[in-house]
Write a protein that binds this ligand. Structure first.
Ligand code: PLP
Length: 456
């Protein structure tokens, strides 16, 4: 096993995955179904197809089929920016003086600067195939909106983006990238929808949240002929598309006979983590191998570590189906001084079930320590990481330092989901020493959790 490991392990086009992997097929305890908020019955394909594209509804509801072939058009688009490199972090290992071997899968090598393009292109493809005119969506930090704008311009679809107001104001450059790809961008909450007007009346001056923006985008999609709504995280279909990350990672490691011990990813809605761990979790579920899998979330928005596993609304306006997940309550909004992304109140139902079954762990980290880790990483590995990704960096560094104490030569793999060029206001706050950590109190969490819908 002395084959020299290169700094970057690439796959050839031929070695790239030809099918996505659906973890749910191998789960004994399936994730709970989405419920109709009116009847509390599982959402049917027919009900969902008013909101989502037909093919995506099929993927959403299918917890039996393990592999979905990736259509050739999507595989060809992937070839423009994939395979993404799996990098051996030799420089970081040296800096830390750790015997651990650290690898990261870098998804920031495309204009959207994140993994989100992997699902955006799939969702735009199915919308186009269905003959739709366009799609609507929400975006928080802007990566998803950018990815979707790119995907829509490729397939000549109209793209309407509702952008969380605080990001719209803080990240004007992100907005211009989206407009370059032809998308229209509206700050949310806005006066352009019923639900936006209602939220503004109830919370004047609100800086918005992903939950609000989702409600607005869904309203526009369902009230405009030829439009459907698409979502960049949380949903099963998104985890399915993102499995390309894990499948590539596994194929690259297998080339060198490397078996990871620890797999780490940041978790907002759970899509990159769900994608990265997919084939590894599959082996774990089938009893073929074991891995330590860790989700990392911000201490200011701690869905896994302090939330409740319960049915909740996916959005603030309560127009979306109910989803059983680890949640902080649908009107939980992280403190405005939280700059590090990963602001969603809930979590993927699939990851929630896996976490509840003890198949993965979760930890929360504070944003100042996240930016410290980001800076350490940038200085030795060169890449300017997104704050979201830096949650995973922080945890990977912690694990590597533990190995330094114990002398263990663990192999650690983490997901480096994107770059941080649009997050420089947050980096500036950190460098100026004015970044604060905000950790919600139990009383604050109890307040939003008290409003969970009563199911059963
Ligand atoms: C959106 C995003 C995330 C978090 O979303 P998940 O669905 O939890 O993966 C993490 N990193 C980057 C760079 C993102 O753009």
């Amino acid at each position: 096993m002395s084959k020299e490991i290169p700094y970057k392990i690439y796959l050839t086009e031929e070695e790239m995955p030809k099918a996505w992997y659906n973890m749910r097929a191998d789960m004994k305890n399936k994730p709970a179904p989405l419920l109709n908020p009116g009847t509390l019955k599982p959402m049917t394909a027919e009900e969902l197809s008013g909101v989502f594209c037909e093919e995506l509804v099929k993927q959403e509801l299918d917890d039996k089929t393990a592999y979905f072939e990736i259509p050739e058009e999507i595989r060809n688009f992937y070839k423009m920016y994939r395979p993404s490199p799996l990098v051996r972090a030799y420089c970081l290992e040296k800096k830390l003086g750790t015997p651990a071997k650290i690898y990261y899968k870098f998804e920031g090598n495309n204009t959207s600067g994140s993994h989100k393009l992997n699902s955006a292109i799939a969702q735009a493809y199915y919308a186009k195939k269905q003959g739709l005119k366009g799609v609507t969506t929400e975006t928080g930090a802007g990566q998803w909106g950018t990815a979707l704008s790119m995907a829509c311009s490729y397939f000549e679809l109209d793209c309407k983006v509702y952008m969380v107001k605080v990001s719209y104001e803080q990240k004007p450059f992100r907005r211009e990238v989206m407009r370059t790809y032809g998308a229209s961008v509206t700050p949310s909450p806005s006066e352009t929808t019923n639900v936006g007007r209602k939220i503004l009346a109830a919370h004047p001056g609100t800086t918005g949240s992903l939950g609000c923006a989702i409600s607005e985008a869904v309203e526009v999609a369902t009230s405009t002929p030829g439009y459907r709504y698409v979502l960049g995280s949380v949903l099963n279909q998104v985890l399915l598309h993102q499995s390309v990350i894990g499948l590539e990672t596994k194929a690259a490691l297998d080339k060198y006979g490397i078996k990871p011990d620890v797999i780490i990813g940041c978790a907002g809605g759970g899509s990159n983590l769900g994608g990265l761990i997919a084939p590894f979790m599959g082996e774990k579920l089938r009893g073929e191998a074991d891995y330590q899998i860790i989700a990392i979330e911000p201490a200011s928005c701690p869905s896994f570590t302090r939330g409740k596993y319960a049915y909740d609304f996916c959005d603030t306006g309560m127009v979306c189906p109910l989803s059983k997940m680890y949640t902080l309550g649908s009107d939980f909004i992280p403190a405005p001084n939280h700059a590090g992304g990963l602001r969603y109140h809930g979590m993927s139902t699939t990851l929630s079930q896996l976490y509840d079954d003890g198949l993965m762990e979760a930890r929360s980290v504070k944003q100042t320590e996240v930016f410290e880790a980001a800076e350490t990483f940038a200085r030795v590995e060169g890449i300017l990481p997104a704050p979201e990704s830096s949650h995973a960096i922080k945890a990977a560094i912690d694990e590597a330092l533990k190995c330094k104490e114990t002398g263990e030569e663990k192999t650690i793999v983490f997901g480096l989901t994107g770059t941080g060029y649009f997050d420089l206001v947050a980096y500036e706050k950190f460098h100026d020493g004015i970044m604060e950590d905000y950790i919600p109190t139990d009383a604050e969490l109890a307040e939003s959790l008290a409003k969970l819908p009563k199911v059963e």
